[in-house]
Design a protein around this ligand. Structure first.
Ligand code: SF4
Length: 314
């Protein structure tokens, strides 16, 4: 397996850089360290703040036209410093080298959409709605097609699986160096892309066929753009069932009646939300091995990321 490169807020399982001198312990991120390469960043310390420090907050004063980043007690204005740092730091990151972001939720710096906004410093009331932190907002602006999650959302099974599939697929794509590699990549990911979007899978196939004889670099770029669109929308149960049934078609005629009934029953249970898709995939994979189907054996759908990351320990 390749090792995707992820930019992560330092206070998540790395450094004691929070305003109160603590860090967020996460058994899951600890486990991820074995499988992902992390680039840590603490924007607040990067603009010169110590830890511990006064907490900072998003403020929208009536007499100021824009949201500011202020010390919650002193009112010190960090807006320009944080904007400058975020712009400079993120523009320096090489988009070819990174595969995604895990940012700290609710932070006025790193947050990506659930940050509190106040009317002023001290005991001023909240303004309704949730907002984006200064650094988190810049990440979304500069890297719009990248997988960006906060640590709380990764506790959700479907969101976590989608995030891992996306970052590992992006990382594997970086290994494509020739037209032959691209053909193999497309072939190995066929059923993975099918659960995301059948029409997109067909478009990817056309790009690989390269009837127009475009140069490799151009084909790779087109393929990558289309792949990002494919992975942009999370798979749903219906598309998953279509793909599982499609793979089942390879073995149908060779299976015993009881095995066929077991598969039909598994699909019904998956449809009803009683078992996860991994349970049905395990059944199919056992038949892939038994019938020695080399084409299906190399399908990433059966293990799009290390199986050890499927369980959430926190
Ligand atoms: S949320 Fe971001 S800025 Fe705040 S401590 Fe964590 S890494 Fe630093």
């Amino acid at each position: 397996m390749v090792k995707p490169v992820i930019v992560i807020s330092s206070c998540i399982e790395h450094d004691r850089c929070r305003y109160d001198g603590s860090f967020i312990a996460s058994k899951y991120v600890k486990k991820l360290k074995e499988y992902l390469e992390f680039i840590t960043v603490c924007p607040e310390m990067a603009i010169g703040l110590p830890s511990p420090r006064e907490s900072i907050r998003l403020v929208k004063r009536d007499n100021v036209g824009h949201i500011q980043l202020l010390g919650s007690k002193s009112g010190t204005d960090f807006t320009d410093k944080m904007n400058d740092f975020s712009e400079t730091y993120l523009r320096k990151l090489d988009p070819q080298k990174i595969d995604g972001f895990i940012l700290k939720s609710k932070s006025p710096s790193c947050g990506i959409g659930q940050v509190k906004l106040y009317k002023d410093i001290l005991k001023a009331p909240l303004i309704t709605g949730r907002h984006t932190g200064f650094f988190g907002g810049k990440v979304k602006e500069i890297f719009p097609t990248f997988p960006i999650e906060h640590e709380m959302r990764l506790t959700n099974d479907e969101i976590r699986e989608h995030f891992l599939i996306t970052v590992f697929t992006r990382a594997r794509y970086k290994e494509v160096k020739s037209m032959k590699d691209l053909v193999k990549f497309h072939s190995d990911n066929k059923y993975l892309f099918m659960v995301y979007n059948q029409s997109s899978l067909n478009r990817l196939g056309n790009i690989v066929a390269n009837h127009e004889k475009y140069p490799l670099l151009e084909v790779k770029e087109k393929y990558f753009d289309e792949m990002l669109k494919t992975l942009n929308r999370m798979p749903n149960r219906k598309r998953n069932i279509n793909t599982l049934t499609h793979i089942y078609g390879y073995f149908k005629k060779d299976l015993r009646i009881k095995e066929k009934a077991f598969f039909t029953d598994s699909i019904a249970k998956y449809e009803a939300g009683l078992i996860p898709i991994s349970a049905v995939l395990s059944v199919l994979r056992s038949w892939v091995i038994r019938f020695e189907n080399e084409y299906l054996l190399s399908q990433t759908l059966f293990e799009p990321y290390p199986v050890e990351l499927s369980e959430f320990p926190d």
